[in-house]
Structures are given as structure tokens and as C-alpha cells.
Write a protein that binds this ligand. Structure first.
Ligand code: SAJ
Length: 427
């Protein structure tokens, strides 16, 4: 069974966004081609592996075929080309659009005339107009005539048991009606959820940036409250739970040792830099980023104060860091605050042991037990289930004197009952 009107789909970039999309398109009957520079990925896909490890894909993968492309000229077979490549920021938090530009060049060089090109990567308003469109025009195409360009920002949430590429609503924008209509028809043929047409491609670009900036500023809000309430002896997490009893006009966010990942700490910078070009200063977004970026140092300073209470200092103390990944129960280091915490502790000459069951490459020991055995103070930097499930008495048995709970994932009262000094973030 071929996809709608026998259209062939090519997904450029087979990561946590592109791979699930390719599987879904194939499951919906499209003939799917996958292009990625990483030969390892291509080999694993050919072997039928679930290269992103998302459980909901396990059922679909054995039933579908993804034709991996090693010769980019095969893109010429495809009617719909989806660009799902990374859009990171550099060390100075400037947007890095190299991957989007290079993927666009590859498609433009091998485009089937009349094909639809959809950018799913998260980009700021103006990137399709200023980066993508000129690449196709330089290749001799005329947008809206023999190439159609749309933007449908990805909304993948790694590890989410409920929401995934099959059921997350999407927004779509294009430069013109035909491109919009084709993109809407495509997404409505694979996703069982609302697919909302935006008035322009700029609005589609702005939507994703806004939704992630919304999350970043709300996390910054509770992180700032955590700092001030801590001085007042108020547990901010209880206050948030109290506020969340209000059934309308409140949305709980939670303080922590920092904000990591491929989206939340990155996307606001796209908007900040774009607005700067137009002489507008997104003060609020900048301050929120500063607050969230301050949380690793705040966490390390909580440790210093707690160590002093037991007559210790960083230097000469053996600190166990539990967790390196930016998010619970996944192994993803992108912008992880744990990496910053480790860097700060190393600068302070603390002796470190590190363990993350999902990131063996960054672990210096083989198990939680080994780390508890060898450490005298702990920082919990990721709320993996393996850590939040540790029985409180085990910390005492292993001689742990101080715990800084960077993700507020332990039972504070039970830890305190063990005679251990406990500091959460805002609790
Ligand atoms: N974090 C907090 N407090 C919170 C929520 C998150 O400190 O209240 C921290 C997390 O520990 C993590 C970082 O922020 O370090 C990002 O967490 P996240 O839950 O936002 O996870 P992500 O990075 O996977 O974000 C994705 C985003 N999805 C897309 O961009 C398509 C985001 O839009 C979603 O809102 C988010 O998942 C989600 O809701 O889980």
C-alpha cells in the first residue's frame, strides 16, 4: 500500500525527531527514505533497531521498511522532504543553523521539481525566509511554483509515555497556500490530532520558540522563588503544590539544579538573538536564562554550606554525584546542568565519584552502591528512578553525612530522620 497519491517521503536527519517520524510515515503506508550522515545510524536502522529506544515504536518497527539513502541523489525520488536536523546554540548561546543550511543545500541539489520541503527543526522566526528559501532560489527554484516550503516545528518529548509523534497536535505554516495545503494534508494523513494551519511560516516558527520560552521563564520563576523562600525557611515545593490546587490560571513548574536538554535552555536564545537584530532586547527571556543558568552554582554552594556544618570543605571531601543526564530515566547530556555541577566541583578540588546508569561513559563507578560506599556527601543531579527509590536508611548505613537533592526527588523528612543534613532546591 503506498502513501497518499503514491508520494514518497524522505526524512533528512534520523535522530530523536526524524527517526520516529520516518517510522510513522512508513507505518501509514508511505514509501520512506531516510538520509543521515551517521553511517552507524543507517546500519542500525537497516538491522531494524529502535535507534531512539522509544517503546511506542517497538510495535511499528518490525512492520515497516525505511530505505536508508547513502547516495544523496536518491532524494530526487521523493515528493516530500522533511528536514529534522539539530539546531543547537554555540558556547556564546548564538543559534547554530549550519545543519539546517547544509540539509537544505543537500535537498536543493537533489530536489524532485515540485516537491514539498518541510523543516521540523526548531528555528526562530525568519530562518525559513532568510536561510532556507534563498538556498532553493539560488538552486534555480521558485518557491510556490516548483518547490514548496513549510515549517512544522517538532514537539517530541523524549521518554514521554503518553505523548509522541503519533498523537501530538502540530502547527504548520508556509509561504503560500499550496505549500500549506500540501503540508496540512500530509500531517493529517499520519497524525491523529489537531494540525493547525498558521497564517504564515513566521507564525509557525514563532509558536515553538514561544512554547519553550514559556517553559523556561516559568521554571526560572520557581527557581528564583526557591532561592528567596529558602532564606525564609519556606518549602517552595509545598507552596507550588498549594497554588496548584487552584483549578484555573496556574501551571506548576518545579525548581531544580538547572535546566538542560535540547530545547528549553536553547530555544529562548533563538528569539533573543533574532529580536536583537531588530534592536529589541528580550530582557525577561534573558533574565530567566540567567536565573536558570545560575542554578548549578547555587546547588554547589548549598553543598559548601552543608559541608561546613559537619566541619568539612570541598577540598578533601569525597563527593558522590548521582546523575549526569539532563532528564530523568533517559541518557541525554545535552546542556545538562549536572555537567556544570561536576565542572564547578572539580574547580573546587573536591574528590568526585560519578554514577549515572544511563550514561556509563561518564560514570566513574559501576553502581549506586559503590558510589554510596565511597562518598561522604552526595549531590543528586538527575531524578532517575534508580535514585529516588533508594531507601533513606541506606544513605545512613553507607555513612552519607550530607545530601543535596538537586531534583527534590528524595523524601526530605525520612532523610532528616536518619540524621543526615538534607538540602533540596527551595526545600
Ligand atoms: N525542568 C525543571 N523544572 C520543571 C521542568 C523541567 O527544572 O518544572 C528541567 C528538567 O529537569 C530538564 C529541563 O528543565 O533539565 C528540560 O526539561 P523538560 O521536561 O522540558 O524536557 P525536554 O527538554 O525534553 O523538553 C521537551 C520539550 N519538547 C519539545 O520541545 C518538543 C518541551 O517543549 C516540553 O514542554 C517538555 O519536553 C515536557 O513537557 O516534558
Amino acid at each position: 500500500m503506498k502513501g497518499k497519491n503514491n508520494q514518497k517521503v524522505c526524512v533528512i536527519g534520523l535522530g530523536y525527531v526524524g527517526f520516529p517520524l520516518a517510522v510513522l510515515c512508513a507505518a501509514k503506508g508511505y514509501e520512506v527514505f531516510g538520509y543521515d550522515k551517521d553511517e552507524e545510524k543507517l546500519k542500525r536502522i537497516e538491522k531494524g533497531e529502535n535507534i531512539v529506544g522509544e517503546e511506542y515504536l517497538n510495535e511499528m518497527i518490525p512492520k515497516v521498511k525505511i530505505n536508508v539513502i547513502r547516495d544523496e541523489s536518491e532524494i530526487r525520488n521523493c515528493d516530500i522532504n522533511i528536514i529534522a536536523v539539530p539546531t543547537p546554540v554555540d558556547k556564546k548561546y548564538f543559534p547554530d543553523l549550519r545543519f539546517v543550511a547544509s540539509a537544505s543545500e543537500t535537498v536543493a541539489k537533489n530536489l524532485k521539481p515540485g516537491a514539498l520541503v518541510i523543516v521540523e527543526s526548531t528555528i526562530n522566526p525568519g530562518v525559513c525566509d532568510e536561510v532556507v528559501k534563498p538556498i532553493f532560489e539560488k538552486a534555480g527554484y521558485s518557491v510556490g511554483k516548483n518547490v514548496f516550503i513549510a515549517h512544522c516545528p517538532e514537539r517530541i518529548n523524549p521518554g514521554d509515555p503518553q505523548w509522541n509523534v503519533t498523537n501530538i497536535p502540530r502547527v504548520v505554516g508556509s509561504f503560500e497556500e499550496k505549500g500549506l495545503a500540501r503540508a496540512l494534508e500530509f500531517y493529517r494523513s499520519i497524525i491523529f490530532a489537531e494540525i493547525m494551519p498558521m497564517k504564515s511560516i513566521f507564525e509557525a516558527e514563532a509558536t515553538k520558540i514561544m512554547e519553550n520560552s514559556f517553559r523556561d521563564i516559568n521554571i526560572a520563576f520557581v527557581n528564583e522563588l526557591a532561592k528567596s523562600f529558602n532564606l525564609m525557611g519556606i518549602d517552595v515545593t509545598n507552596v507550588i503544590r498549594g497554588a496548584a490546587t487552584k483549578p484555573f490560571a496556574f501551571m506548576a513548574h518545579w525548581p531544580s539544579c538547572g535546566v538542560g536538554g535540547h530545547c528549553i535552555p536553547v530555544d529562548p536564545y533563538y528569539l533573543i538573538e533574532k529580536a536583537k537584530e531588530l534592536n529589541f532586547d528580550h530582557k525577561f527571556l534573558r533574565v530567566a536564562r540567567e536565573i536558570n543558568n545560575s542554578m548549578p552554582l547555587y546547588t554547589v554552594e548549598l553543598l559548601q554550606d552543608a559541608l561546613n556544618l559537619v566541619g568539612k570543605a570541598y577540598k578533601g571531601s569525597v563527593i558522590g554525584v548521582l546523575g549526569v543526564s539532563y532528564k530523568a530515566n533517559v541518557g541525554d547530556l545535552r546542556e545538562s546542568p549536572a555537567l556544570k555541577i561536576i565542572e564547578l566541583l572539580e574547580e573546587r578540588k573536591a574528590l568526585l565519584h560519578i554514577f549515572d546508569p544511563y550514561v556509563p561513559g561518564k560514570s566513574t563507578l559501576k553502581s549506586v552502591d559503590e558510589l554510596l560506599e565511597k562518598s561522604e556527601a552526595l549531590i543528586i543531579a538527575t531524578n532517575h528512578k534508580e535514585f529516588s527509590d533508594i531507601p533513606p536508611e541506606k544513605f545512613k548505613e553507607r555513612g552519607i553525612k550530607v545530601i543535596i537533592d538537586g531534583k527534590n526527588c528524595l523524601d526530605k523528612e525520612k532523610i532528616l530522620e536518619q540524621g543526615i543534613i538534607y538540602r533540596g532546591i527551595g526545600r
